[in-house]
Design a protein around this ligand. Sequence first.
Ligand SMILES: [Zn+2]
Length: 255
Amino acid sequence: MSVWLQDCSWRELDEQRQAAKNVVIIPVGSTEQHGNHLPLGTDTMVAMLLAEDAAKETGVVVAPPLWSGWSPHHMVLPGTITIRPEILVELLYDVIQSLHAHGFRKFIAINGHRIVNISWMQLTAERAQRQLGVKVVLFDPAYMSKELIGLLDYGPVGHSEEIETSQILYKRPELVHLEKAVDNPVVPHELYSVDPCFTGDTLCYVPSTAADQKKAVELAGGTTGSPTKSCPEKGKVYHEYLVANLVKVIRQLQK
Ligand SMILES: [Zn+2]
């Protein structure tokens, strides 16, 4: 049976909810430019791919993904669809509230859109826990893989860089045009770089601006990072490591 809520009849869904001990995953991503070589839906796909594989292993349900995040800085290129932070907070809250009404009690929101979506997802999680009495866990791939990134010889988190390119190369190779990828290595900024693997990570998040992105567009078609270092083998290691961590989170919630 499919793990996706939208594929189930209401009867099937209700049975799956009970078997899953009321745990549900919500993939949250973005639709935004991802350089010359990756699809616009990369961030949402990343969250969906992790959710799907962990759900197959554990039997939990996956809710329809949220395909838009806060991406004003990527509006410099076609295809980006940005929603305001307050809309994201309300949308995610309403999804949780609806599923809560149908018996779900434990929510895992997977963040496919890096640091940019985290603050707003935290606002939602806090409100849902306070007002609905549910448990909401945020699963962020960058933070959940920080022990692994150095071992894979990946550079810092950028945009359309070797980390997400390798993962999509492993799971959806037909969507990647690696021959069009251009490198634009990430240079950490002292005092305000946010990256779980960067020793100077200050957690002081300064959003990218449209001007920053214009520079990345001129240099590398919108990429920051080194996507030419990508390969499906490393993508497989990265993906499976995250799925294993996500399965652990699900099992903890089911206890
Ligand atoms: Zn991305």
